[in-house]
Design a protein around this ligand. Structure first.
Ligand SMILES: *Cc1c(COP(=O)(O)O)cnc(C)c1O
Length: 368
């Protein structure tokens, strides 16, 4: 049996007819950039997500960059973020001219350790970017009270956490902006790069829309210099189809995670993901930890299981940030996680039989 980490073809087959029809319409209308499908996506996403404004853009990295620029963050500023994420989260901070300041993650949830944030705040600090990593919400209660106390902006990186909830409220709706990626492999994915921002602040929404479209709200009326970061019609059409299924797919991810919990319970050398009591985790990834990670990963891959590592190195320990001179001791939890974490296959179409194969391989490994 061969079980990939994520199977986008399996998902395509379940909606093939609708998708093919949508793609064909886009081609026949030549509705490639912006247009009705993009507007429809923004409206529907706002409605189902419970936000006043959705501004689509070219990808999830741009979404964070646009939010930072619109909030006026630039040279001389510092932005606090997590030590454990995909590099998009921190590279866009640098791109504005500001400095990323990393904070270690919680021992249990892979999200920013809010008890370590205040020690990193100084008079240059302007914003916090929490990441709801793997689909588990960061501790927004603490983050919002720290932000209020120190007058900081909050941008939530929701690239892996569409519809995850904190105290029953969708992530992305707590800060000034929530940013999303619709990269194909994300919980809600297009068939190419795509992204978006949400905000309840209408003024911020207008500025974000303008900045993402060459600084113009209407053609040739460039009020500022912006960037070219737009969602195309093809991707919007695909996302419109998929939006009808996202709730069902999310439920399925949660169910599969629960089955992993049950099927992998009681292996003393394996730590399973935990969910905070006030959180709804949407399991973009199901990440386990073990001291025998490299051995287990090799074993699984040899047996056709597409387990993998997200991410092999904490952000501040990447070569890109070597100029900061950080060592593992600066980030004890992330530093240890990078040696121990492993992501198991999870996607809505993963069958019970496939999942049982994955877990029996893992049981085999640990019984030796
Ligand atoms: C995927 C991802 C991004 C960036 O999204 P792209 O659409 O690939 O640019 C940002 N942050 C996190 C945590 C991600 O997983």
């Amino acid at each position: 049996m061969k079980i990939p980490l994520v199977d986008l073809v399996a998902q395509y087959k379940t909606i093939q007819h609708e998708i093919d029809e949508e793609i064909s319409s886009v081609l026949h209308e030549a509705a490639f950039i912006q247009g009705d499908r993009v507007r429809k996506f923004e409206r529907t996403y706002s409605d189902v997500y419970g936000t006043a404004n959705t501004i689509s853009c070219a990808n999830g990295t741009d979404a964070i960059y646009i939010a930072l620029k619109v909030l006026g963050i630039g040279p001389g500023d510092e932005v606090i973020t997590t030590a454990h994420s995909w590099i998009s989260t921190s590279e866009v901070i640098s791109q504005t001219g500001a400095k990323p300041v990393f904070v270690d993650v919680e021992p249990n949830h892979f999200t920013i350790d809010t008890s370590r944030i205040e020690a990193k705040i100084n008079d240059r600090t302007r914003a916090i970017i929490p990441v709801h990593l793997y689909g588990h919400p960061a501790n927004m209660g603490d983050i919002l009270s720290i932000a209020k106390k120190h007058e900081l902006q909050v941008i939530e990186d929701c690239a892996q956490a569409h519809f995850a909830k904190y105290n029953g409220q969708n992530v992305g709706t707590f800060g000034q902006f929530g940013t999303f990626s619709f990269f194909p492999g994300k919980n809600l994915g297009a068939y190419g790069d795509a992204g978006g921002l949400i905000t309840d602040d209408n003024e911020l929404a207008v500025r974000a829309r303008m900045f993402a479209n060459h600084g113009a709200l209407t053609k040739h009326a460039h009020k500022i210099e912006g960037i070219n970061s737009r969602l195309d019609g093809l991707q919007a059409g695909i996302l419109n189809v998929k939006l009808n299924y996202i709730q069902e797919w999310t439920k399925q991810r949660i169910l599969i995670a629960k089955r992993y919990d049950e099927q992998l319970a009681g292996i003393s050398e394996l730590t399973l993901p935990t969910v905070a009591s006030n959180a709804e985790h949407v399991f973009h990834l199901y990440v386990v930890r073990t001291e025998r990670r490299d051995e287990l990963l090799k074993f699984l891959n040899e047996h056709g299981v597409g387990a993998s590592i997200h991410y092999p190195r904490a952000l501040p320990l990447l070569e890109a940030y070597s100029y900061m001179g950080h060592t593992k001791d600066d980030f004890p939890v992330s530093g240890q996680n990078q040696e121990q974490i492993m992501s198991l296959p999870i996607y809505p179409e993963l069958s019970l039989e496939q999942q049982q194969f994955v877990t029996s391989c893992i049981r085999d490994f640990f019984s030796k």
